[in-house]
Structure formats: structure tokens, C-alpha cells
Ligand binder design. Structure first.
Ligand SMILES: Cc1ncc(COP(=O)(O)O)c(C=O)c1O
Length: 398
């Protein structure tokens, strides 16, 4: 089938909620993807911050092929070995005592919100139902997740979404104090915002939220779906802040491209969730958790994280140099291998110009180009990124 036929078929039969470019991706290798015409693209999207180990990691491919021949799914009615092993690894390398598996980020958010309400309910705090979220937040597309997502266009057409949500300005601790009062059962925040524009939480803000939550008896939920699992150069983004949450949501890179999310929680939270309170048919299945064990072991390796930090520093400097030469760049944001370039114009134009010069970049809002490459990025990939972004900007000027 030709690329044109593939695109026409998709456009005829698939619900059109994503604008897609005019090529068809066929395979990937390392930090590159290739289309059906053999064109190569340096990938700074990585499946939207999913493909941390790039494409075709031999260990991930091997474990998936092997587990597929043993057992792919039996449901959570039965014990299987990979789910428990992965949970042990996650608990041993985090603040958490317990793990609940989901199939996506949004589902992890839904569970985290439910567990927060249940925690308050079990403690007989009947009116403690409010959730505080922040400006420019993005937590997913399900009813609870959109309710705590700031951008109106994601909420208003679907109203009424989950009630009892209060928004406060991100990085404004005084305003957060006013919003986090006795009726609040949980506060949800991304340490580094993803879709909302790559803003990084200040240390005083995140630490202040922790203290305020403790003062009013609210749970602190950190959404590390995009910024966790090595993306910032630490295993968990909150490690930079020397504090821990009560609940953390993770997803994107954990399954090496297979769908998985997880809710990590303290024992105090776990103690309020009982058999039958929550569930999932597919979550934590043996195929995806076997793959995730391999992914997690690699990402959690201190040498791997050191590499991410080293390349991130090089990336940050290279972007600074680019910004100093390019008047169209208004500001730089982000942390680790999660970078935002605010430009004077629509970010979508850079994304499109990138395709012609062989680079994939994402956007975050109207004017921010988002770069979330595989964590196996090397200095040579950074150089190529800067070069290709320069070419893309040049082509846009013409
Ligand atoms: C911070 C954050 N939370 C939640 C989600 C939702 O995850 P999913 O698309 O897997 O439902 C995303 C997705 O981009 C995200 O970046």
C-alpha cells in the first residue's frame, strides 16, 4: 500500500482528532525513525516522551517476544510473576510502599483522584472533597483528568466534568495557600509541566505545597507521567526538590512503548483502599510488566541517569547558543531532556518545517516547541538537533 493510500484510509475511517503529517512511519532505530519512502527523521518527540530507550532496544524486544509465547493476559484475578517483580523494583527505588497498575496516564490520574477521595472518606472527613490543581496543568483526557486540566477547551465542551476542583496559579505559593484549605482532599501538580509549556516548579513552591498539604490533611499527588522516569536526569523529578508525595502517577516510558501506567502510594494511602474499591481488566498484565521490568532496570541505573544529566547540560548550552543567534526564539524552558523553545509565531510551523529537514519535534500550546527525545540521546544528536532546527527556522523565514 502506498503512503497516500495509507493516509487516505486513516482519514476515511479513523476519528480525526489529530492532525498528522503527509508521511507514514515504518520503523525506528536508536534515535531515528524512517518513513515508507526511506526518509530518516531525528526523533525529538519519542512517541510523546515514551520511547526513553529509543527504537529497537534489543533487550526490550527480546523480553516482549519471549513473554508473548508464555503468557500475555490472565486478568488480575490471578497471580503472575512479572507484576509483583516490577512493583518490588518501583517500591525499592521510590518513596512508595504500594503500586496499582493502569493502562495509561489518564487512568493513573483517575485512580489517584479516587484514592484521594477515598482516603478522606475513610478518615470520616465528609466535606473534604476538593482537589486543587494549577494553571497550565495537563493531566489527561478522561472526565476526572480533564477536570484537573487547566485549559478550558479541554473541559468546557464536556461539562459537567468532575466537580470540586479549584485552580491556583502555578508557582504562586501564596495563592496556593489560599486555595488549599480544610475542604481539600488532594493537591495535584506536575514538577515539570509537559503539555502546558515546560514550566519547572520552583523548589519553594513544591516544598511549600508539601507543608501546606500536611497542615490541612490533604494528600499531595505528583504527576510524573511525563517528567518522571529519568526524563529530568533524576529517576523521579521530585528528587531535585528533596521532598516526597503521598501519591505519584507514572506512565509514558515505563512499558518501552507498550501501554502501562502506575499509581505509586504510601502505606497510609494504601490502608484506605480495600478489595473491590478499584480495579482493571488489563492493568499490570504479564506482557507489559515483563517489558517494564527491563525498561525500569535500565533507566534506574545510576550510570544511565548520569548520562541523561550530562547530555542535558550539553543540550541546554546548545539551545542557549541557538537562542542567542535567533531573534525568533523568545525564551527557553524545561529541565533535563524535556525542553521548550518559546518562539515568536506558531510552534506548529516549526514542527512542519522540521519534517522537511528530517527532524520530529512536538509542540506545547501555541508558541512552544517541545523537545522530548529518547533518553539515549548523545551529544552528536544534540548537534544534529540544533543544526536541523536552524535549517527549519531558515526555511520558515523564506
Ligand atoms: C503530565 C501528564 N499527565 C497525564 C497525561 C495523560 O497520559 P495518557 O495520554 O497516557 O492518558 C499526560 C499525557 O501527555 C501527561 O503529560
Amino acid at each position: 500500500m502506498s503512503a497516500d493510500d495509507t493516509i487516505a484510509t486513516e482519514q476515511r475511517y479513523i476519528l480525526q482528532v489529530y492532525p498528522r503529517p503527509g508521511f507514514v512511519l515504518e520503523r525506528g532505530e536508536g534515535c531515528y525513525v524512517f518513513d515508507t519512502e526511506g526518509r530518516r527523521y531525528l526523533d525529538c518527540v519519542a512517541g510523546i516522551a515514551v520511547n526513553a530507550l529509543g527504537y529497537n532496544d534489543p533487550d526490550v524486544s527480546h523480553v516482549i517476544a519471549e513473554q508473548a509465547t508464555k503468557l500475555m493476559h490472565v486478568s488480575n484475578l490471578y497471580h503472575t510473576q512479572p507484576a509483583g517483580e516490577l512493583a518490588r523494583q518501583l517500591v525499592e527505588r521510590s518513596f512508595a510502599d504500594r503500586v496499582f497498575y493502569t493502562n495509561s496516564g489518564a487512568e493513573a490520574i483517575e485512580g489517584a483522584l479516587k484514592f484521594s477521595r477515598k482516603y478522606a472518606y475513610e478518615h470520616k472527613h465528609q466535606n473534604k472533597t476538593h482537589i486543587v490543581a494549577f494553571s497550565s496543568s495537563f493531566h489527561g483526557r478522561t472526565m476526572g483528568a480533564v477536570a484537573v486540566t487547566h485549559r478550558e477547551k479541554y473541559r468546557t465542551p464536556f461539562a459537567p466534568v468532575m466537580p470540586d476542583v479549584r485552580f491556583a496559579p502555578f508557582n504562586d505559593l501564596a495563592a496556593a495557600h489560599e486555595a488549599i484549605i480544610d475542604d481539600v482532599c488532594a493537591v495535584i501538580v506536575e514538577p515539570v509541566q509537559g503539555e502546558g509549556g515546560l514550566s519547572v516548579a520552583d523548589a519553594a513552591f513544591l516544598q511549600g505545597l508539601r507543608e501546606r498539604c500536611d497542615a490541612v490533611g490533604a494528600l499531595l499527588i505528583l504527576d510524573e507521567i511525563q517528567c518522571g522516569l529519568g526524563r529530568t536526569g533524576a529517576l523521579w523529578a521530585h528528587e531535585w526538590y528533596h521532598m516526597t508525595p503521598d501519591i505519584m502517577t507514572v506512565a509514558k516510558p515505563l512499558g518501552g512503548g507498550l501501554p502501562i501506567g502506575a499509581i505509586l502510594m504510601t502505606q497510609a494511602v494504601a490502608d484506605t483502599i480495600h478489595p473491590g474499591d478499584h480495579g482493571t481488566t488489563f492493568g499490570g498484565g504479564p506482557l507489559v510488566t515483563a517489558a517494564a521490568q527491563v525498561v525500569f532496570e535500565k533507566i534506574a541505573n545510576p550510570a544511565f541517569l548520569e548520562h541523561v544529566r550530562e547530555v542535558s547540560d550539553y543540550f541546554a548550552e546548545a539551545l542557549q547558543d541557538l537562542a542567542s543567534e535567533r531573534p525568533e526564539i523568545l525564551s527557553l524552558r524545561g529541565k533535563g531532556l524535556m525542553r521548550g523553545i518559546q518562539i515568536d509565531g506558531p510552534a506548529a510551523a516549526v514542527r512542519m518545517a522540521g519534517h522537511d529537514v528530517g527532524i520530529l519535534v512536538a509542540t506545547a500550546g501555541e508558541d512552544i516547541v517541545r523537545l522530548v527525545p529518547p533518553l539515549i540521546f548523545e551529544r552528536q544528536h544534540v548537534d544534529e538537533t540544533i543544526d536541523k532546527l536552524g535549517q527549519a527556522f531558515d526555511n520558515m523565514r523564506r
